[in-house]
Ligand binder design. Structure first.
Ligand code: MG
Ligand code: MG
Length: 256
């Protein structure tokens, strides 16, 4: 432990790598299946099938009571959408957020997928969010602090006028999906008072996940108790990777 944050051994990170690569493989299969006319429930079934085939467990099913295998959010939905019979249509902005457990270890990753041709605004939002995650990852070096990750993300997207979701943040990950610390996607100026800001150390494994809105940063939860949407109904994008901090810099576990 360091500042309340678990330090993983090289062997433990190798287990997390195995889980994380399964997440990547399943997301690849899902992305191939995305097309107008496909239902969100069909994607949910593919996630389950591809995960079971790889000897892993869908991490979100039943977690905190979540009813499905994967979180699927569309357009103004930010995170935690429940797969339904809704059919994708050309121009939708689809967010897939997925996690698995393998040998007791978690991997967690999200990506935003345009369905067919989307608006230029949507495309720019998706690219800016993905690029902001890469900036955050580059800040994950020993000696930096947790706040350097969010500051890097914020400095990339804030000049574009986007809203950075504050109610949901990145997190430590390991034998639990959500471990300490919380990792906000914005710099410490807007952190709540007393939020710990420890230095990054080799062996920490964090899931970094900017959720970036075309308009306001404000979000609300639908009456289903799960689906988080933008308060102004504008689009949102979400990218996430599980990353280990090593002596040689950040190692993204959820991609090859
Ligand atoms: Mg996730
Ligand atoms: Mg996560």
């Amino acid at each position: 432990m360091a500042g309340g944050i678990e330090i993983k051994t090289a062997d433990e990170i190798a287990y997390m790598r195995e889980a994380s690569l399964i997440v990547w493989e399943v997301l690849e299969q899902l992305e191939k299946a995305v097309a107008p006319g496909v239902t969100l429930e069909e994607l949910d079934a593919i996630a389950e099938r591809e995960t079971v085939q790889r000897g892993a467990v869908c991490a979100f099913k039943g977690l905190y009571g979540f009813p499905k295998n994967i979180c699927i959010s569309v357009n103004e939905q930010v995170v935690h959408g429940i797969p339904t019979r809704r059919k994708l249509v050309e121009g939708d902005l689809l967010k897939l957020d997925y996690g698995v457990i393998k040998r007791g270890w978690y991997g967690d990753s999200a990506r935003t997928i345009p369905v067919g041709k989307v608006s230029p605004d949507a495309r720019k939002l998706v690219e800016a969010t993905r690029d902001s995650l890469e900036k955050g990852i580059r800040a994950m070096v020993e000696g930096n602090r947790i706040s350097d990750i969010g500051a890097a993300i914020e400095s990339h997207v804030a000049p574009m006028g986007y809203g950075i979701v504050r109610d949901y943040v990145g997190h430590g990950i390991g034998k639990k999906l959500h471990e300490d610390p919380q990792v906000p996607n914005y710099g410490p100026a807007r952190w709540s008072r007393g939020q710990p800001n420890p230095r990054l150390r080799a062996g920490m494994v964090l899931a970094i996940e900017p959720m970036i809105n075309l308009g306001t940063h404000e979000v609300e939860t639908l009456p289903d108790g799960w689906t988080v949407v933008t308060r102004d109904g504008k689009l949102s994008a979400h990218w996430e990777h599980t990353i280990a901090i090593t002596g040689n810099g950040p190692q993204v576990l959820t991609r090859p």
